[in-house]
Design a protein around this ligand. Structure first.
Ligand code: SAM
Length: 234
């Protein structure tokens, strides 16, 4: 999977991608993450302007279309050179709410360009002309698309074959089967007077699977009945 992230704040990604699973995925060559500073694509070499006042008189600034179009063109060119046509994702509160289905869908694409907005957002003509999918990470407003982009890259990377040591650990995560995950326990067997459920110590795999499935259904019914409706409808 090749990611190309377009941002005004490249340094924000340094820590997020230099540890743990993403770091290992990059080292194994399963994932490559390019970070592009949109400011480098400003035609105004002196001030590197990337924003301007919105038409209509709203307060705040908007990201100008020209540097964004040039940055997207450069990312596309990088992929075209290796025979790939990327999916362009814009992180925005107005997008489709990110869920595991979208993550699975995006994990199948080989190349993703992820556009991080700032200020009041970006000129609509960039969305209309260049963006394939708009994605939101929740019904709240962040200052920029960088944290949403990190969430997306992390979630997609976990699904790339070979990234997780044992693919089972993605398969038993919440949402993989459309339900929330069952509770998990590790040693010690008794912690502050509370024991691990008996069935997990039994070594009886069928009973354990059945318990996990039942707990998963119970938790989902209690916390996210909307997921259960969808799960049963599938
Ligand atoms: N004016 C925009 C609106 O009301 O939809 C919000 C702009 S926000 C301050 C700046 C940027 O942060 C957006 O362009 C987007 O890239 C990013 N952003 C903020 N909240 C987000 C969310 N919930 N999901 C995805 N991206 C978000």
């Amino acid at each position: 999977m090749l990611f190309d992230i377009l941002t005004l704040f490249p340094a924000m990604f340094e820590g997020a991608f230099s540890d743990s699973i993403i770091k290992r995925a990059v080292e194994k060559g399963l994932v490559s993450i390019g970070i592009r500073n949109i400011r480098d694509y400003s035609s105004d070499a002196r001030h590197q302007t990337v924003d301007d006042y919105p038409y209509g008189g709203d307060a705040g600034m908007l990201m100008k279309p020209e540097p964004l179009a040039s940055a997207i063109a450069a990312a596309r060119e990088r992929f075209r050179a290796i025979g790939k046509s990327p999916t362009v994702v814009y992180m925005t509160p107005a997008g489709r709410l990110l869920d595991q289905n979208i993550v699975k869908e995006l994990a199948k694409r080989e190349t993703l360009v992820i556009l991080c907005g700032r200020y009041k957002g970006i000129d609509q003509r960039i969305i209309d002309k260049y963006v394939d999918i708009e994605v939101s990470i929740g019904d709240y407003v962040l200052s920029g698309g960088e944290i949403p982009a990190m969430a997306l890259v992390d979630a997609v990377t976990r699904l790339i074959p070979g990234v997780l040591g044992n693919m089972d650990s993605a398969e038993t995560d919440s949402f993989h089967s459309g339900l929330l995950s069952h509770p998990q326990y590790t040693r010690p067997e008794v912690f502050e007077g509370v024991s691990v459920p008996e069935v997990l110590l039994s070594g009886h795999h069928a009973n354990i699977r059945e318990w996990q499935k039942r707990k998963s259904l119970e938790i989902t019914r209690e916390r996210r009945p909307d997921l259960l409706d969808r799960h049963c409808g599938d």
